[in-house]
Ligand binder design. Structure first.
Ligand code: TYD
Length: 202
């Protein structure tokens, strides 16, 4: 147990994670918490370099998952663990559930390989709470295509995102206490109401 709490946000691109993250940060700060927002891949200077490579160029699926976990390892040692120990709460836009959903579900990498990396990089450590912003891929896609040019992951097919979503929902069903599913198709104030409840239960 560390004094700070570790909250992660997951979901398909276009599910509204980023805007709700900003709101969540303000909400936690208003409650007197010392809190930092970070993201994966990224979160450190090295991690952001790896993010550029991961989002910008195509690569073998194994290379992709290894780089995701390389960035994550740096993120944990440089930022997440020291902050939690110091009592700072961390909100991370994505974490290991995304590797299961994207590289495992979307890409088809066998789950045992991801489990092995998870055990290697952060054995026994997981988020205190994961908010899964759930949305059908067709709606998520319509939202992202309006926002800006698509990165490498956002260019994948609807079938890829259906597999990503399915793995997220399977993981939520298996870890119902940690992963809370939020219907991201609802109006933003209803989404916020649910986030507030989940944070209150922490
Ligand atoms: P994200 O920051 O949510 O994208 P954006 O800033 O464009 O909204 O995530 C970047 C992409 O990285 C996203 O498409 C999912 C992908 N990703 C993985 O495939 N595996 C992972 O382990 C992580 C953390 C992210």
């Amino acid at each position: 147990m560390t004094p700070g709490k570790f909250i992660t946000l997951e979901g398909l691109d276009g599910a509204g994670k980023s805007s709700h993250a900003e709101w969540l940060l303000d909400h936690l700060r208003a409650g007197g918490r010392d809190v930092k927002l970070t993201r994966e891949p990224g979160g450190t200077a090295l991690g952001e370099k790896l993010r550029e490579l991961l989002l910008g160029r195509s690569m073998h699926l194994t290379t992709e998952v290894l780089l995701m976990f390389a960035a994550r390892n740096q993120h944990l040692h440089e930022l997440i663990w020291p902050a939690l120990t110091a009592g700072t709460w961390i909100v991370s836009d994505r974490f290991t559930d995304a590797s299961y959903a994207y590289q495992g579900g979307g890409g088809g990498l066998v789950l045992e390989k991801i489990e092995a990396l998870e055990r290697w990089v952060h054995p026994g450590f997981e988020p205190d709470l994961t908010l899964l912003f759930d949305l059908p891929p067709e709606i998520a896609r319509a939202r992202t295509s309006k926002a800006r040019a698509a990165d490498r992951f956002e260019q994948k097919t609807v079938e890829y995102f259906q597999r990503v979503r399915a793995v997220y929902l399977q993981r939520a069903a298996a870890s119902a206490g940690r992963i809370r599913v939020i219907d991201a198709a609802q109006a933003p104030d209803l989404v916020r109401q649910q986030i507030e409840e989940e944070i209150g239960n922490l």
